[in-house]
Write a protein that binds this ligand. Sequence first.
Ligand SMILES: [Zn+2]
Ligand SMILES: [Zn+2]
Length: 262
Amino acid sequence: MIDTHTHIDFKEFDDDREEIIKRFFDGGGEKLINVGCTLESSKRSYKLAKNNENIFASAGIHPHDADTVDENVLKMIEEIAMHYKTIAIGEIGLDFFKSTTSREIQVQAFRAQLELAQNHNMPIIIHCRDAYNDLINILEEYKTSNWKGVIHCYTASWEIAEEFLNLGFFIGFTGIVTYYKDKTEPNEEPEIYRTIKNMPLDKILIETDCPYLSPIPERGKRNEPLFVKHVAEKIARIKKTSFEEIENQTNKNAIKLFNIGL
Ligand SMILES: [Zn+2]
Ligand SMILES: [Zn+2]
């Protein structure tokens, strides 16, 4: 199992970070990607990655912190991105849900970091909430139909997912997919089920986004990388296939996108 989106550098893990990492690798975890969302967390991510063979880092500024992005910050993100264990730019994107940062500033920060990723030919980890149209329009402007990246924590429709697939993206799913009860009638199924059923297996990534979004049966607790197995189990049930197939295929996908093979 590869957890493609964790925040184990957060203070929620200050008391037992090493234990949590050990639990993941002892429990069948192979690699994890710790995602930066501020300059400081990007630095912490890289430090974690440098000290653990199977942990990789990304560097980037989250849309919530877009107002911190200036030339100096971009330069420091670029510096972190150049280290060998930093394998992506992110999480970057747009979040129009409850953000205190203006849309204009978010767009500026997003564009600057897209360009950074393109200059260094690095994959991107995209965070998008309530802003899919704006985000797709920006990506389309860049005139590459071959983006390397993932739309993380995806919860929207199959139609929007298809647009991202056409742009070259992978789609990442979190514990949110476990929050729905399995229904027998297809017309009662949540939208995310339809998205997952339609998704080509070779474009799916799994992630926890820990410490947030604990999957059932751990919901309500702090999330941790090992719980990514519940996401894989649920996707296997929705796609009517085995856990092993989802595990193998999502591993391959993550290794391919982020170039984190041996
Ligand atoms: Zn996010
Ligand atoms: Zn995140």
